[in-house]
Ligand binder design. Structure first.
Ligand SMILES: NC(=O)c1ccc[n+]([C@@H]2O[C@H](COP(=O)([O-])OP(=O)(O)OC[C@H]3O[C@@H](n4cnc5c(N)ncnc54)[C@H](O)[C@@H]3O)[C@@H](O)[C@H]2O)c1
Length: 386
């Protein structure tokens, strides 16, 4: 299969390229290297140093014996995407190329606007480029479980749900209640993709994914193949941040009492889920919504796991209680449905989170001095109410 990855330089885009190449697919990718610059903007950097795009392509050739086409370009420019799709002729396009930090989107009006423009415009360009070049292309769009917020109902794996309003029933789009401009940009993307599916029948897999943790996948066997790993208060997801804090001996930055419950998965399980969804496309014209996660924890439970594993690895850490910078429920019901990926064969979770944390700590320890250099960027500075 021919797969075009938008956002191939990112935390998920890079290991997905490796996974698909290892499976024998032909892969090309586009990236404007925006995340590298935006992480620098907040005074941080990837914990694991990552090679330049040229070095990445060389490493893939040396280590895996595979060719990879890495296009530097901005998908908010229609001509860039249109040209790549016409030239590469993908069967599947995976769309990761978005501003993906909730705190970054909440910094101020400039960052809120950038998030909306970048994310919505990239997705609209993709819709039009596919419609024009080949409407049979399978669009795999990465959304987020955060589109739903924390509803008091089980989160379905479906675009529509039966509802009764004022005594009458209808099938309506599943209600969403996102928690940041970033998350709302994903909801708007979903609505735009649903509309494109209704009008032009574009075959879509809309993935609602939980936060990912980890440094390794089956293919990342050499330091030159590492993917980025963010840990600062703006770009780091919670468990990855706890891992860096453990290495640095800092208190774990649990927000509030830590009752916020979310659906998580390891980098390896994220790649395996994506592979299954790409290799098992929906029927032509179908809109498939998938909840992508393998484990559900509160951030307090994650902090306790991190403390336990850190201690087994000779690191003594305390759980801190940081004033929650976000506006979110601290205790709530949380139950997403998870049927589609197991039905496709996902055996989850592949690795125990405690074993996985041991691997992460080992990788991070080699870069302890680099982590210490960016220590000041770890505490959350962006407050939703400011
Ligand atoms: N990492 C997670 O835990 C997680 C969880 C749920 C959903 N997601 C979503 O998955 C996707 C990938 O996440 P990630 O963690 O790999 O993020 P990332 O920031 O590491 O990767 C995104 C890549 O897209 C590129 N990009 C952004 N805008 C672009 C544009 N206009 N043109 C070309 N390239 C552009 C960036 O430079 C970056 O390399 C994102 O859409 C994110 O919202 C991530």
């Amino acid at each position: 299969m021919r797969v075009l990855i938008l956002g191939m330089d990112g935390y998920l885009g890079w290991p997905l390229a490796l996974r698909l190449l290892a499976r024998g697919h032909e892969v090309a990718g586009i990236d404007n290297l925006y995340t590298r610059k935006a992480v620098e903007e907040v005074g941080s950097a990837s914990a694991l140093p990552i090679p330049s795009p040229e070095e990445r392509v060389h490493a893939v050739r040396d280590i895996m014996g595979k060719d990879l086409d890495f296009i530097i370009g901005d998908i908010t420019k229609y001509s860039v995407l249109n040209k790549a799709i016409r030239k590469f002729k993908p069967d599947t396009v995976v769309h990761f190329a978005e501003q993906r930090s909730a705190p970054y989107s909440m910094i101020d009006v400039k960052h809120a606007n950038f998030t909306m423009r970048n994310n919505l415009s990239g997705t609209l360009n993709l819709i039009y480029a596919v419609k024009k070049a080949n409407p049979k292309v399978h669009v795999v769009k990465m959304g987020t479980m955060g589109e739903y917020g924390t509803p008091n109902f089980d989160i379905p794996e479906s675009a529509f749900v039966d509802a009764q309003i004022g005594g009458k029933s209808d099938r309506i789009v599943v209600p969403k209640w996102a928690g940041s401009w970033y998350h709302w940009s994903k909801v708007h993307d979903t609505n735009n993709l649903l509309f494109a599916n209704k009008v032009w029948g574009i075959t879509t897999t809309d993935i609602m994914q939980g936060p990912v943790y980890g440094t390794r996948t089956k293919e990342i066997t050499d330091d030159r193949l590492f993917t980025r790993f963010d840990f600062d208060g703006v770009w780091g997801t919670v468990f990855n941040r706890y891992c860096v804090e453990s290495v640095l001996g800092m208190p774990l930055t649990q927000y509030g009492k830590g009752g916020q419950t979310r659906a998580f998965l390891s980098l390896e399980d994220s790649m395996e889920s994506l592979r299954l969804l790409i290799e098992n496309r929906p029927n032509d014209g179908e809109y498939r919504v998938v909840n992508q996660f393998t484990e559900v924890y509160s951030v307090r439970e994650l902090a306790l796991i991190a403390k336990e594993v850190a201690s087994k690895n000779g690191m003594s850490v305390e759980i801190g209680e940081v004033d929650n910078p976000r506006v979110e429920a601290n205790e709530h019901y949380y139950k997403p449905v998870h049927d589609i990926l197991p039905a496709l064969g996902l055996k989850s979770p592949t690795r125990n989170i405690r074993d996985e944390m041991g691997v992460i700590l080992k990788d991070l320890q080699k870069h302890k001095s680099r982590l210490a250099e960016y220590k000041d960027a770890i505490m959350p500075e962006v407050r939703w109410k400011d």
